[in-house]
Design a protein around this ligand. Structure first.
Ligand code: PEP
Ligand code: MG
Length: 577
């Protein structure tokens, strides 16, 4: 019987496909039996995954800075011991050989057996050590999973055209999904501005998050419809429902065709004021999309992708190649390369950062904080950005600034690299602009101070809202409070815009709010002159901008920012249309 489940719409579009249910962090763990002819190869695969995991841990151990507490090295040594202990591998190998289980399933089974032994221990300390077993096994499973990417087995074929259901998806998994040709996804947790959701929009994969217990209601393999605009999952649809959604898919295609006519149109308001409309990019596929929709520049290039799904640090050359590719693809328009924003909800392999995720990653050593602490991650990137400035209009942007000294330190790093390049005859643009993201409330409040050291601002509303309202952007339980039009949030944005105008520092916005059509007129009214949005939504925003009378929205925004009467505030929002 047809049923529906509701969640938070995070990536628009409609998808119709068969459900593929996955278990968190155990993407590949299914009890598919292997063929007798595959047994030897499967044992080799398990050994190779264990060896690769051990190499990653050894590399991590070597990179531990001298001043790190000795416990950290001891932990890694314990993990390495576990990996070489045959308790971990003997039983899985027997399961592969005698019962034809696949390596991942056999390994997970053994993990459960070991964990059960730990849990029965009386000593509370030993009881908690099962986390270590989990950690080690998950590392091996991940290696096996990546290996699966290149294998066209039954699972990967099933993912083609499927709708994934998981408890949660890490950004790294969202990227890997693309290889499988997944049509859409549903998760039980997560928020609309999590990096996974942003990536999904970037990949054009419809998605819904926060559908609690979805996997209890949906059977593996059954037909599902997901409506990524409304946040609705429909299971076991009858013919009428299917026809309805197929029609909507058609209508959407027609609407997109209509919007496409705006590609080459100027981005001006009805009263003739030009507005900058740039693109947010992340994956190489976005570069071409940005050019295709006629973006006037790239307002945000998220570079974390370069650090994901790997255990070694990207080199200066790798960075440079990526930036060159971007500059050459968008041809002639300015690009803003944001330095690494690793941490928070954009986790990379701990081998790169020399540290675990931490209890409160959004408030931890994230983005520029990590970059200044671990220059081996950051400096090759800055060098590559400076080199890329010789290729076209390249600007560098610093994420998560919370203190002016961070901006000053970065400027000093830039200055000394430029000095070195000058002496060595390496080409670069000495006028390269260095700006910062205003995404921590103190930076908005103190924007006039930041304007003294930065060449431009870009407001990162995803984080600004997270920190201002104190809602973890990946926590679906507090999603209901996520509101870009919260009057307090609007005041922080207004302060930033005003400070920029006063100091003649250009202000853009690159958070998801910039691409939210419900906010466009308010932002225009507040004086925002540059929007940076994902290419998939750019034309829609252009349509709203060109349909807005600036004079009109200015006076409404002014009143909305002043009032403390919530009913009046809502009424003013409605007047914006
Ligand atoms: C933001 O915080 O609004 C932003 C653009 O950065 P990210 O989403 O990558 O944290
Ligand atoms: Mg941010």
């Amino acid at each position: 019987m047809t049923f529906s489940l509701h969640g938070v719409a995070v990536s628009g579009g409609i998808a119709i496909g068969n459900a593929y249910i996955i278990v968190h962090d155990e993407f590949e763990v299914r009890d598919n039996l292997i063929e007798p002819s595959q047994i030897d190869a499967e044992v080799v695969r398990l050994h190779a995954a264990i060896d690769a995991t051990a190499s990653q841990l050894r590399a991590m151990r070597e990179k531990i800075p001298a001043n790190t507490p000795s416990d950290v090295a001891a932990f890694i040594d314990t993990y390495l011991l576990m990996l070489t202990d045959t308790t971990l591998s003997d039983e899985p190998i027997r399961m592969i050989r005698e019962r034809r289980h696949n390596a991942a399933f056999a390994l997970r089974n053994q993990r459960d057996a070991i964990v059960a032994v730990f849990e029965q221990m009386d000593d509370p300390y030993l009881q908690t050590r099962h986390d270590d077993v989990d950690h080690v096994v998950n590392r091996i499973l991940r290696t096996l999973f990546r290996d699966d990417l290149t294998r066209t087995d039954e699972n990967t074929q099933r993912m083609q055209g499927a709708i994934l259901l998981a408890d949660d998806l890490a950004p790294a998994d969202a990227l890997l999904m693309q290889h499988y040709g997944v049509l859409g996804f549903v998760t039980e947790y997560g928020g609309p501005t999590s990096h996974t959701s942003i990536l999904a929009r970037s990949l054009g994969v419809p998605g819904i998050v926060g559908v609690h217990h979805a996997r209890r209601f949906v059977h593996d393999g059954e037909v599902l419809i997901i409506d990524g605009n409304e946040g609705v999952v429909i299971g076991d649809p009858d013919q009428r429902t299917l026809n309805h959604y197929r029609r909507r898919l058609d209508e959407r295609l027609k609407y997109v065709a209509k919007l496409n006519k705006l590609k080459r149109a100027q981005c001006v308001t009805r009263d003739g004021v030009a507005i900058e409309l740039q693109a947010n990019v992340e994956l190489p596929t976005d570069f071409a999309a940005a050019r295709e929709v006629g973006a006037s520049g790239v307002g945000l290039y998220r570079t974390e992708f370069l650090y994901m799904n790997r255990v070694d640090i990207p080199t200066e050359d790798e960075h440079f190649d990526a930036y060159k590719h971007l500059v050459e693809t968008v041809r002639g328009v300015p690009v803003t390369i944001r330095t690494m924003d690793i941490g928070g909800d954009k986790q990379v392999d701990p081998a790169l950062t020399n540290r675990a995720k931490g209890a409160n990653p959004a408030l931890g050593l994230r983005a520029i904080r990590l970059g200044l602490k671990e220059p081996q991650l950051f400096v090759p990137q800055v060098r590559a950005i400076i080199k890329a400035s010789a290729l076209g209009a390249v600007r560098m942007m610093i994420p998560m600034l919370s203190h002016i000294d961070e901006a000053k330190q970065v400027r000093e790093i830039v200055r000394s690299i430029q000095q070195e390049f000058k002496s060595g005859g390496v080409a670069f643009d000495p006028g390269m602009l260095v700006g910062g993201m205003i995404e921590v409330p103190v930076a908005a409040i103190y924007a006039d101070g930041f304007a003294q050291v930065l060449d431009f601002f870009s407001i990162g509303t995803n984080d600004l809202i997270q920190y201002a309202i104190a809602i973890d952007r990946v926590n679906d339980e507090v999603n209901y409070l996520y509101d870009p039009l919260n009057p307090g949030v609007l005041r922080l944005i207004a302060m930033t815009i005003k400070a920029g105008q006063k100091a003649k520092v250009p202000v853009a916005m690159c958070g998801e709010m910039a691409g939210d059509v419900r906010c466009t007129r308010m932002l225009l009214g507040m004086g925002l002159e540059a929007f940076s949005v994902h290419p998939a939504i750019l034309l829609e925003i252009k349509r709203v901008i060109s349909d807005t009378e600036l004079q009109h929205v200015r006076s409404i925004a002014e009143k909305a920012l002043k009032t403390t009467d919530m009913d009046r505030f809502k009424d003013l929002l409605q007047q914006l249309g």
